[in-house]
Design a protein around this ligand. Structure first.
Ligand code: IMP
Length: 190
């Protein structure tokens, strides 16, 4: 099996489907730096805990945190909602809890993408039980036309159409997280 890809391919073929570059590496890196600057400003005198939602947020979290200049802590929580395909199961459950105690802390939840808003709504309720001082949500991507639940996202990287995307942490059947750009499902298949 030929399992080798070029480092920054223009397109990704998955069976009958084609994904094309939608947000390239430079654009992503610039926007992530801008978001970090906003956070640096807003949390000047604070000591926030960043909570990355696994698996999708790990690359965004890592790039974001490198441009954050205030003292902070990092932890991860894992949710499961999607099966191994493109359709959400419609149910969210926690499969890995936090290690740190966020009681009385300023929490920043780091998401890769908000689609229907179900996961963020679930997280909001979960966080209430942990009694943090404040909770803000940052998401690299938001599909505004897919929202089905009322959610407040405090920092948004990019608003995108309601199409499936992969790369920069986002998967399709657990693959393609390691692509440097974000790729979108193209109308004209492979
Ligand atoms: P929501 O609960 O419907 O808002 O979905 C949020 C989660 O679904 C994200 O954290 C992703 O794991 C996954 N997801 C939603 N849309 C996409 C996509 O286009 N590509 C990859 N994963 C997605």
């Amino acid at each position: 099996m030929d399992n080798i890809r070029k480092e920054n391919p223009k397109e990704i073929i998955v069976g009958e489907e084609k994904f094309v570059v939608y947000i390239d590496e430079d654009k992503l890196q610039n926007r992530v730096k801008e978001l970090a600057e906003q956070i640096n400003n807003d949390y000047k005198d604070k000591f926030p805990v960043f909570i990355g939602i696994l698996n999708g947020s790990f690359i965004f979290m890592s790039d974001l945190i490198k441009s954050v200049t205030v003292d902070c802590e990092v932890d991860f929580l894992r949710l499961s909602s999607y099966g191994d395909a493109k359709i959400s199961s419609g149910k969210v459950r926690m499969v890995k809890d936090l290690n740190c105690d966020v009681n009385g802390r300023d929490v920043i939840v780091v998401e890769d993408i908000v689609d229907t808003g179900l996961s963020i709504q679930y997280l909001g309720k979960l966080m209430e039980n942990y009694k943090p001082k404040s909770v803000k949500v940052i998401s690299l991507l938001l599909k505004p036309d897919s929202l089905k639940h009322e959610v407040k996202i405090d920092y948004i990287g990019f608003e995108i159409p309601s199409k499936f995307v992969i790369g920069y942490g986002l998967d399709y059947a657990q693959k393609y997280r390691n692509l440097r750009s974000i790729y979108i499902l193209s109308e004209n298949g492979a």
